[in-house]
Structure formats: C-alpha cells, structure tokens
Write a protein that binds this ligand. Structure first.
Ligand SMILES: Nc1nc2c(ncn2[C@@H]2O[C@H](COP(=O)(O)OP(=O)(O)OP(=O)(O)O)[C@@H](O)[C@H]2O)c(=O)[nH]1
Ligand SMILES: [Mg+2]
Length: 328
C-alpha cells in the first residue's frame, strides 16, 4: 500500500471513504495511531459499542453476521472488529470470520476488520480500541467487537464495550466455565446460541440457576436464546441490546462505561510504553547488588527510584534515595 502522508489520510477519512477508514486503522495498527487519534478524537463518542465474546466455535462470527443484518435492516451503519488474540485456541478464527461475514462484504455501510492483537503496543485493547475510536469518528452507528473468550481478552473487551454479550453453547459444559472464569460479572447479556441443540433448555436453566445465586445491583443480565444460522432469536437479542443501551443512558451509567473504556486504553498504552522502556533498561541492570537495590536503581531512571511500596512518610523520602545514590 502506498504510504500517504497523514494530511492526505485525514482528508480521505473525512470524505468518508471506506478506504480512508481502512488506511487509518492500518496506520494505527502499525504504531502510528497517536497523531491520527489526536486529530480525530473530538468526533468520537456517538457510536454504540458492543462486545461479543465466548468460547471458540460457539457461533460468534455467525452471530455477528446476524446482528449486522438486523442493524442494517434498521438503517444503521456498522463496524465489525474481530480480534484474534493469537491464542493457541483461536486458529482459524479469522478465516471463520471471512466465511461467516461474506454477505456483508459488498455492503458499503458495513465495515469489517479482522486484526491480531499480539505485538501491538497496547495489546488487545490497543489494536481494537484504536479501531473502535476510528470507526466511531468515521460515523459508524454500531461497532461490534468480537473476540474469542480465552484468558484476558474477554475482560478487556468488557472494559472497552458499552454492552457485553457472552455467547455460550449448549451441551458444552460452558456454563461451568462461566462460573470458573468469572465471566458472569462481565455479561450484560447472555446469548445461548445453537438453541436448536437438544440441550439448549437445560443450559438456559443452568444459567438462570447461577443467576439466582448472585445479587445484582442495577442491571440484571438478560438471557437470550438464538440460532444464529437461521436468525431465530436475533430480534430478541437486538431488543435486549437496545434495552441495555437505554438503561445505560437513563441511569447515567453510560458515562461510567465511557470512562472505563478511556482509562482502560490509557492504562494499556502507558503500560506498553513502560514495558518497552523497562525491557531496554533491564539489559543494563546491575547484577552486583540485591534485586531490590537493582530495581531501585532501574526505577530511578523513571523518577521512581524512591517509590518503595508500603513505606510511610517518615524516613521514606531519605532512605531509598540514599540507597540509589550510593549505588549509582
Ligand atoms: N446448529 C447450529 N450451528 C451454528 C449456529 N450458529 C453457528 N453455528 C455453527 O457453528 C460453527 C462455528 O461458528 P462461528 O460463527 O465460526 O463460531 P465462532 O465462535 O466465531 O468461532 P471462532 O471465531 O473460531 O471462535 C459454524 O459451523 C456455524 O455454522 C446455530 O445457531 N446452530
Ligand atoms: Mg469467529
């Protein structure tokens, strides 16, 4: 791809050409998001962001496609970000998206982007958060972020998205997993997909049972049965999404959500940079002192050398600094 300057890129973006958005996301993905986001940030804050997570093969991409179809039928423009956390479980996820979302490829009001999160400065949040901001600034109404629910990724998605869907499938022991992984807390809406499965009702009962054991303050997660392939239940799912969005606005919780997404991205970006710097400094770390002293010396480069945990005001100011001074 020919490399445009940032002015040309922003111009193309402002003309609302999908190619401009595609290039902007690529630009951000390659670590050049800072200036771009700075220029476009004041146009964000309008889109509805939906996170969709769940175990491999549960039907997330098929659900995404069905949700897109529904949103389009209501005249909404949609962006889909499908994140591959590059885990050993998610091989083929991107290929799956390609197949599952084909019908929307020709629709100019649907923008689909698959991305791997590994290697990006801000991890999963970095790559997908930038893409979400850019899609929002571009003017897309609904942004759907899909990621396979393994490890940390679903927690990150829940922090980024305003409404989090957790998809599960019957007969898979998924409900037990839900309890284990603490996903219960992140779900605004449970989606039992593959409701055509003979064990679908049992799964619904299990989830209801688990929910009865929990105390909810505020929003009580909805439980929706879907058959993503046939489209059955997608209207119910959309209603549930709308009702959660309405709840967020009525209670003002939308501001909390926005703040959460913001601080999440800030934290990831800051941590990414600190980690990079730390990696560099570690190569020169002193090895002739004890680890605490070495950490103190190293952190002095961050103006943090005297920041000992648990120290109170008394001698804290004097002592660690002296340690650092004595050793450098
Ligand atoms: N029987 C049945 N099969 C479904 C349903 N929804 C999706 N599937 C099938 O389930 C398989 C996995 O669907 P995907 O949409 O690729 O699942 P995914 O969760 O995106 O998978 P990964 O991205 O690889 O984690 C496909 O063969 C789908 O056709 C459904 O409602 N009923
Ligand atoms: Mg998928």
């Amino acid at each position: 791809m020919a490399d445009l300057g940032i002015d040309a890129l922003v111009r193309e973006f402002n003309q609302r050409r999908p190619r401009g958005l595609a290039r902007a996301i690529s630009w951000a993905e390659s670590g050049r998001g800072a200036e771009l986001i700075r220029r476009l940030y004041n146009r964000t804050g309008r889109a509805i962001t939906i996170g969709l997570t769940g175990p491999p093969g549960v039907g997330k991409s098929t659900l995404s496609s069905a949700i897109v179809r529904k949103a389009r039928s209501l005249g909404k423009t949609v962006g889909v970000i499908s994140v591959d956390p590059s885990s050993p479980f998610s091989h083929g996820a991107l290929l799956g998206d390609r197949i599952r979302l084909t019908e929307h490829f020709v629709d100019p009001d649907v923008f689909i982007r698959s991305m791997a999160s590994r290697g990006h400065l801000g991890g999963l949040a970095g790559a997908s958060a930038d893409a979400a901001l850019l899609m929002d600034a571009f003017g897309l109404d609904v942004i759907l972020i899909e990621t396979v629910g393994v490890g940390q990724s679903e927690i990150e998605i829940a922090e980024l998205a305003q409404t989090t869907l957790v998809a599960l499938q019957p007969g898979s022991g998924d409900s037990i997993q839900v309890l284990k992984a603490g996903i219960m807390e992140i779900a605004d809406i449970f989606v039992v997909n593959k409701a055509d499965h003979p064990m679908a009702n049992q799964m619904r009962r299990e989830i209801r049972g688990m929910m009865e054991m929990l105390q909810f303050t505020g929003w009580v997660p909805e439980l929706v049965m879907t058959q993503a392939l046939s489209g059955e239940g997608i209207d119910d799912l959309w209603r549930a999404i709308e009702s959660h969005v309405a709840y967020l606005h009525e209670t003002g919780e939308i501001e909390t959500k926005r703040r959460e997404a913001f601080t999440h991205q800030v934290r990831q970006l800051a941590l990414g940079r600190i980690q990079k710097r730390l990696q560099h400094e570690l190569q020169h770390a002193r090895t002739d002192v004890d680890p605490y002293a070495a950490a103190g010396i190293l952190l002095a480069h961050f103006n943090m050398g005297d920041d000992e945990e648990g120290g109170d005001d008394g001698d804290q100011a004097a002592r660690p600094r002296a340690v650092v001074k004595g050793l450098t």
